[in-house]
Design a protein around this ligand. Structure first.
Ligand SMILES: [Zn+2]
Length: 325
């Protein structure tokens, strides 16, 4: 038997059908002198109107099974069809109430997968310039003993791949020197003893360095990690981890100008890829002036000397440096 929800029909149709179904003996609809449909009132138990959401009982279930048997043995009368439809409906309601399906969990999983797919698409196409590292950063270099922290610059440029650790803006996109700061992760005012410690220094653009000031923030090297933190085509950075969200707020990394800046660079890189491969390789490649760290001699030695063979300069000399990153 087909169920039609009258509540979704035009009001005039709903009123028409309700008027018909009020006739206790049923109604036959005719067209061109021939009957085309019968409307019968739903069955009424002897003691009153049908309870649509009453208690489900063994007795009701027995009746339901009896009607189904009869349906498959020799068919049901119209009133029996209607009675069975109501009993089936009551049984579904009862089961859904007592043993609900884990529909919510399936919905969440479905949503989660949709987000993953859309993130994978974003990676393949548009947001290439702003993909955060997949794992927390492990320091490759360990120079020590420089009297001024500026001397750590070539090490930090190499360590952090010529990009700001906070918002991944690349040296190669800027036209003038001095847009990068050597950021004290723990501020000098709080930890003057770490002022010249390499492991306390980060490579950051001046804008992030200024926004951070001397406040203590979550560590960008461990909380700005893909895919927990990702950028959408509109330039917004999203963070699924608490520390990441806090860092974005503290540094104002989603303020309108920065979102516009990122959205524009995403489009520039995308368009260059389509129309000007040479420009694309330049914008997504390494700078020409890679520092030769093997020529440097930190006064307090280098606690991680093996890192030098993994530096960008050494890898380019061996022909191992990728064209873009
Ligand atoms: Zn920055």
């Amino acid at each position: 038997m087909t169920h039609v929800n009258l509540d979704t029909q035009p009001e005039v149709v709903r009123q028409f059908v309700l008027a018909l179904s009020a006739a206790p003996e049923g109604t036959v609809l005719e067209s061109g002198g021939r009957p085309v449909a019968c409307i019968i009132a739903p069955p009424m138990p002897a003691n009153g109107p049908v309870e649509r959401v009453g208690e489900w009982t063994e007795e009701k279930n027995r009746r339901r099974c009896e009607l189904i048997d009869r349906k498959y043995d020799h068919g049901l009368t119209s009133p029996e069809e209607a009675e069975l439809a109501l009993l089936q409906d009551a049984m579904y309601r009862h089961v859904d109430r007592v043993a609900p399906l884990p529909l919510e969990a399936a919905r969440n999983l479905h949503q989660e997968l949709l987000e993953k797919v859309s993130r994978a698409r974003r990676k393949q196409h548009m947001t290439l310039p702003f993909i955060y590292p997949p794992v927390p950063h492990v320091r490759r270099h360990g120079p020590r003993g420089y009297a001024d922290h500026e001397s750590y610059r070539p090490w930090l440029r190499d360590e952090f791949a010529f990009r700001c650790v906070y918002r991944l803006v690349r040296e190669i996109w800027g036209l003038f020197k001095g847009v990068y700061a050597l950021d004290h992760f723990l501020a000098v005012s709080a930890r003057p003893d770490l002022a010249q410690e390499y492991d306390n220094l980060l490579y950051a653009c001046v804008s992030c360095n200024l926004s951070k000031g001397s406040q203590q923030t979550p560590d960008p090297l461990s909380c700005l990690i893909d895919p927990d933190v990702f950028v959408t085509d509109d330039g917004t950075i999203h963070a699924n981890n608490l520390e990441g969200r806090k860092l974005l707020d503290l540094l104002g990394l989603n303020r309108p100008r920065l979102r516009e800046f990122r959205a524009m660079w995403i489009r520039i890189v995308h368009l260059a890829k389509l129309a000007d491969p040479e420009l694309f390789h330049h914008l997504m490649g390494f700078p020409a002036d890679l520092p030769d760290l093997s020529a440097l001699a930190p006064p307090g030695a280098n606690t991680r000397p093996d890192g030098i063979t993994q530096s960008h300069f050494a890898r380019r000399q061996r022909g191992e440096l990728p064209e873009i990153y």
